[in-house]
Design a protein around this ligand. Sequence first.
Ligand SMILES: C[S@@+](CC[C@H](N)C(=O)[O-])C[C@H]1O[C@@H](n2cnc3c(N)ncnc32)[C@H](O)[C@@H]1O
Length: 289
Amino acid sequence: MTGETLSQALSRGRAFLTQHDIETAALDARVLLQAASGLSHEALVMHGDDAIAPEAGQTFQMFLDARSQGKPVSRILGRREFWGLELGVSGDTLDPRPDTETLVAAVLDRVGGRRRPFIRDLGTGAGAILLALLSALPQARGLGSDLSYGALRMARANARAIGVDDRAAFVLSDWGRVPTRLADVVVSNPPYIARGELPGLMRDVRGHDPMRALDGGADGLEPYRRIAGQLPLVALPGALLAFEIGPTQAAAVQGILSGVGASVFGPGLGMLRDLAGRPRVIVARAPRH
Ligand SMILES: C[S@@+](CC[C@H](N)C(=O)[O-])C[C@H]1O[C@@H](n2cnc3c(N)ncnc32)[C@H](O)[C@@H]1O
């Protein structure tokens, strides 16, 4: 590897990851080489014929080894981009997924005239949903809660790094149990995998995301039942509700919400699909009484 140029290192990395059946070999090799060398994508292209620095070469190889064993890029680098924000992630947080941006977009499309909404994010993890909303809505304030101290620490650090920590607070709470001011908007991406399906998850998920972020109980719907039952504690009457769901859960989650008096059909309400066309978000309104 001595005397290897940046573009040779990149090709070698791509081939190595392909051999290890990593579907996104080309992208991953590039992102890992950028991180190892501290170079932007453009700089990599412009300086492809320069020799890679020895320490960068060693770090790159370490990253490739970890990736070839199935560790996701975000976990190797300890960060992930979400809604254009650079978020820190840790072993205590779910790795925020691009699909969850569908929920952020749904809320932004619907907050409408509410100039200073108060937002609650139940099961905030690294803070992805709340921080994306606060960064897009400069007058909004929000409270993220989680059952994991480690996740809350990460979310706070992310809020500081993004510069919204004066409008974001994070507390330990079993869903909505902590009493606060009632919210105009309640969002959640709760764990929604049925327990029996957990052993079959892709290798990037199993063993890297914390179990607490995935396990939705016997049928994957338990957190929705808990959250629905706690709506009077967290949501103003008629508050906007946006919950991420698994692809087969739309009707069941709408049934749970309408069972507690929430509105699930009407203008702007219903099920939304992600970019791949799969059901991904339920938008509803909290009970009005
Ligand atoms: C699927 S992850 C979502 C994380 C983040 N909102 C996101 O979209 O990236 C679910 C989160 O719910 C949290 N959680 C699980 N059970 C909880 C409970 N009873 N009360 C509050 N949070 C809980 C987990 O710790 C995890 O951070």
